[in-house]
Design a protein around this ligand. Sequence first.
Ligand SMILES: NC(=O)C[C@H](N)C(=O)O
Length: 327
Amino acid sequence: MSRRRLILLSLGGTITMLPSAEGGITPKLGAAELVASVPALGEVADIIAESPARLPSPSLTPAHLVETARRIEDAFAAGADGAVVIQGTDTIEESAFILDLLVAGDRPVVITGAMRGADAPGADGPANLLAAARVAASEEARGLGALAVLNYDIHAARFVQKTHTTLPSAFASPMVGPIGAVAEGRPRIFARVPRKPVLPAAAGPPAEVALLRWAMGDDGRLLGALPSLGYAGAVIEGMGAGHVPADAAQAIGDLAARMPVVLASRSAAGPVFTETYGYPGGEIDLIRRGAIPAGMLSGLKARLLLGLALRGGSGKAAAGAAFAPYQ
Ligand SMILES: NC(=O)C[C@H](N)C(=O)O
């Protein structure tokens, strides 16, 4: 087999962070320095290293990731065999899903980061970076869409979530579990998640979509403000399998008459489908009032899919079509 070529793009995050004069750790290292700090990467592939951003990941926007997807597609067109994206862990679950939705083809796209700073005892960045590169360079990972690789676990972008604020084992896929692992330096895939339709990266960043989590006793009065704030759509994280209090159902119906509204769950795992509860505010009622069920997607991921579906001013039909493959 000829030597592998990888594109490696660093957007920042704790994996790039060192102590700063102002206190705490801040992004400092670029992609080339990270690659140089892990000599074993040289055994895996030839690496083109670029640093499009040096940000903590809460400051990344979907537009950064749309640009990253375009850069990866260019590199693939120029012959790269796989891509590694480095970023902060706070928003990896969102970034991974944007890349999953936008990068076409079979070549692996792997996102990683670190929970401990670059100079911390037991820093996890070097091991995560090496494992991510091994997955991105592998045959096994082809055709799986975007993957998140941390702590030697391989997660499908569609399902991965950050589930702990500090531990190196923070990443999990509560719906399905990890789909593979890097063991003894070799990626092993246990389960294959079928790919869903890819959307064009060239159509630009997602439209703005509000995300609201429902809480006990909330009557939904906040929803009335959304259209005047300029949102193109809304995702509601309902209770359980997509429920709100009876006196909030009307507010959701009124909003759905004005913009696409997607119904997800505030629970950590499990689908929102269509047909169990018939009470007012239950999912049958909300879907009848115009809400679109998020199916297998979390609220964070549903927000991104809805925003990408609504680019260019498309409406409810486009939103419904985008969610149909996830039911
Ligand atoms: N571990 C991390 O990378 C967290 C950091 N706050 C970030 O997302 O940039």
